[in-house]
Unconditional design. Structure first.
Length: 188
């Protein structure tokens, strides 16, 4: 399974999304930030797909590099159903507090890095449980308190950042540790 390379800021192998066949249709695992929507659409087109072919968006967590484009995608494809942790759901529905805080951190770089954070209609947001669309789902705190993983019946584990970051072809795995949410004890 090859990721869709979202070419963040023109760079290869920095942010990626995965297509996932589920019991209820095609899903995308994580969508990246709004600044990568064109690359996402190009990656879908390379696979002879369009945004409207997706039925679900499975979010590992709501950090912008994983979920920043969610509202923009749902605005363009109103039927897209979004699955996210209970902690993350309110921030998708109303991203204003999250955006305000991040703009203080990133300053003038915010728009270049992440782009627009659009709200997601509440009816499109589904809080995950133990099973989602035929996949096992479980909390994986540490990198983020709201991180979840999805496990397919074939043994494929979609982890977001919970298992660390490895940029192929390197074999080195780096644990992403963003403040202030990092909790090494919970991660262990």
């Amino acid at each position: 399974m090859q990721p869709i390379d979202l070419r963040h800021l023109g760079n290869e192998r920095v942010i990626g999304s995965y297509l996932v066949e589920t019991d209820e249709g095609l899903a995308l695992h994580d969508c990246g930030p709004s600044t990568t929507v064109d690359a996402l659409k190009a990656g879908l087109a390379e696979r002879e797909l369009e945004l409207h072919d997706l039925r679900h968006l499975l979010l590992s967590h709501i950090h912008f590099d994983h979920a920043g484009a969610t509202g923009v995608l749902v605005r363009e494809h109103p039927g897209l159903q979004v699955h996210v942790s209970a902690i993350g759901a309110p921030h998708l529905i109303d991203p204003s507090r999250l955006e305000s805080s991040a703009r203080r951190l990133y300053g003038e770089s915010f728009d270049t890095l992440w782009g627009e954070l659009a709200p997601v209609p509440e009816e499109n947001v589904h809080v995950v449980g133990d099973r989602v669309l035929g996949l096992a789902c479980f909390p994986a705190p540490g990198h983020a308190s709201h991180q979840v993983c999805y496990l397919g019946g074939d043994g494929t584990l979609f982890t977001g950042d919970a298992a660390g970051v490895r940029i192929a072809p390197s074999r080195f795995v780096l644990p992403p540790t963003p403040p202030p949410d990092i909790d090494l004890e919970a991660w262990e």
